[in-house]
Design a binder for this molecule. Structure first.
Ligand code: ATP
Length: 451
């Protein structure tokens, strides 16, 4: 087994290096020395990320009768954030090293207690840190030409509030009855004290969130339903359940309005950390935003529906998917690195190669196969350089599940070789059957809801 999680520190290095070398993720603004906590998704990273988001949207929005999608503004009226409690309370405790002024999250004790000995060569006892103070994670900005307190607002730190403030717009326009949900995928911004661990904790990231509105009496059943939905999603991502842990957040650590919260934690190489979360939020949010109860059904008084909130981080999904997929294998030809991505997630579904580049008929036929598959809606790579073994390895490293080679025999019987990324085995398939083959494989092992 060559699971990434086995060799923690090396694996993160390998993932970060592969991500950069092969165009998945680059440090943002790199030519200017970067900007801490920001990352750019390259051509392959954006395909992978879009595939994740598309699967999510299919599964949780299009495939369901009880869900609508929405896409709300990143910059909202500041009252939203005052009322939601973010302006007052969206804080992390911060301590500062008095020697070098480096800042740490006070609750990440190991980080800052170890800092003194590491950086200043002194025992931890000699460490001199400021008292912990609360640091607000909201990014401030100004709307319009005058920068004063009246024009100040914030970049949203979560997508959720956009759904709550639109609750009545949705019930008025879409005629939904309970239970139903509003789903959104979008950017969120948090001025994290210590962004770290690659795309795990950044200052600009993406969330996929659902606010699912229910009657209070049924919240436990709906909570159980969403637990199962989240488990099924994790398995469709190719993430092994043995590395996922469901943490029942205990009393006192949950938000005051939540009667139950479950964090899905994943064994990242840098520790067991939150991947996703599921929270019962009661009627806290709708009560904050709506003076009058915003919902009623015929024959009933108006009331505040209760909310179950499943939340997924897109970037943490990308990282977990890459860690799970990473494989190294020794063969007689040397080390082979491949990403065992579920075909649905792979940036390219297949690569097309002419066996040789000095036979015009072969190159031309390969070009036709390539164009036809692309026209059929598949994302397809093309490579005509160097020897075929190197081309296979290059595709393995970016997780392309199939390499299609047009050779001399193709000109005679219209078949091609199709090499499987995981087994390196080859089979011959007729050119007209290729699209169907790829479509079947793309469905692969994932559940109906996501297909
Ligand atoms: P953490 O405790 O790790 O800071 P959180 O509990 O503050 O996370 P939530 O507010 O529940 O996170 O956000 C929902 C989801 O958004 C998280 O489960 C995670 O996947 C993602 N997320 C939160 N903060 C970040 C970040 N700084 N970078 C990347 N993803 C994030």
């Amino acid at each position: 087994m060559s699971k990434a999680a086995e060799d923690a520190s090396v694996s993160m290095e390998k993932i970060v290096s592969l991500a950069k070398r092969r165009g998945f993720v680059f440090p943002a603004s790199e030519i200017y020395g970067g900007l801490a906590g920001t990352w750019d998704y390259g051509p392959l990273g954006v395909e992978l990320k879009n595939n994740i988001k598309e699967m999510w949207w299919r599964r949780f929005v299009r495939a369901r009768d009880d869900m609508v999608g929405i896409d709300t503004a990143i910059v909202m009226n500041p009252k939203v954030w005052e009322v939601s409690g973010h302006v007052g309370e969206f804080t992390d405790p911060l301590v500062e090293c008095k020697k070098c002024h480096q800042r740490f999250r006070a609750d990440q004790t190991d980080e800052w207690t170890g800092h003194y000995a590491r950086e200043h060569g002194r025992a931890a006892e000699g460490a001199d840190f400021s008292e912990a103070r609360n640091f607000n994670l909201l990014f401030r900005t100004f709307v319009g030409p005058v920068e004063d307190s009246a024009s100040q607002t914030y970049l949203r730190p979560e997508t959720a509030q956009g759904m709550f403030v639109n609750f009545k717009n949705i019930t008025d326009t879409m005629r939904r009855t309970l239970p139903f949900g509003i789903a959104q995928i979008g950017k969120a911004f948090r001025n994290e004290i210590t962004p770290r661990d690659f795309i795990f904790r950044s200052r600009e990231f993406e969330q996929m969130e659902i606010e699912y509105f229910v009657r209070e009496a049924s919240w436990e059943d709906h909570f159980a339903h969403w637990l199962n939905e989240m488990r099924a999603w994790i398995s469709d991502m190719g993430i092994a359940m043995e590395r996922v842990h469901e943490l029942e957040v205990p009393d006192g650590e949950r938000a005051h309005y939540s009667k139950r919260t479950v964090d899905f934690e994943y064994d990242f190489p840098f520790g067991k950390k939150e991947l996703y979360g599921l929270a019962y939020r009661g009627d806290f949010d709708l009560k904050n935003h709506f003076k009058e109860p915003p919902y009623r059904e015929e024959g009933e008084d108006s009331f505040y529906p209760h909310v179950i909130e499943p939340t997924w981080g897109v970037d943490r999904t990308v990282l977990a998917v890459l860690l799970e997929a990473y494989r190294e294998e020794e063969s007689e030809k040397g080390k082979r690195v491949y990403l065992k991505l579920p075909p649905r997630l792979a940036p390219y579904k297949a690569a097309v190669f002419p066996l040789v580049s000095n036979r015009p008929q072969i190159v031309e036929k390969a070009g036709e196969v390539y164009k036809e598959l692309k026209a059929g809606g598949f994302s397809i790579a093309w490579d005509a350089r160097g020897n075929i073994g190197k081309r296979y390895y290059a595709q393995d490293e970016i997780g392309t599940p199939y390499c299609i080679t047009v050779d001399y025999q193709t000109l005679e019987d219209d078949t091609v070789t199709v090499r499987d990324r995981d087994t390196a085995k080859q089979e011959r398939i007729a050119v007209p059957a290729l699209a169907r083959f790829l479509a079947e494989k793309r469905k692969g092992s994932i559940s109906n809801a996501t297909q």
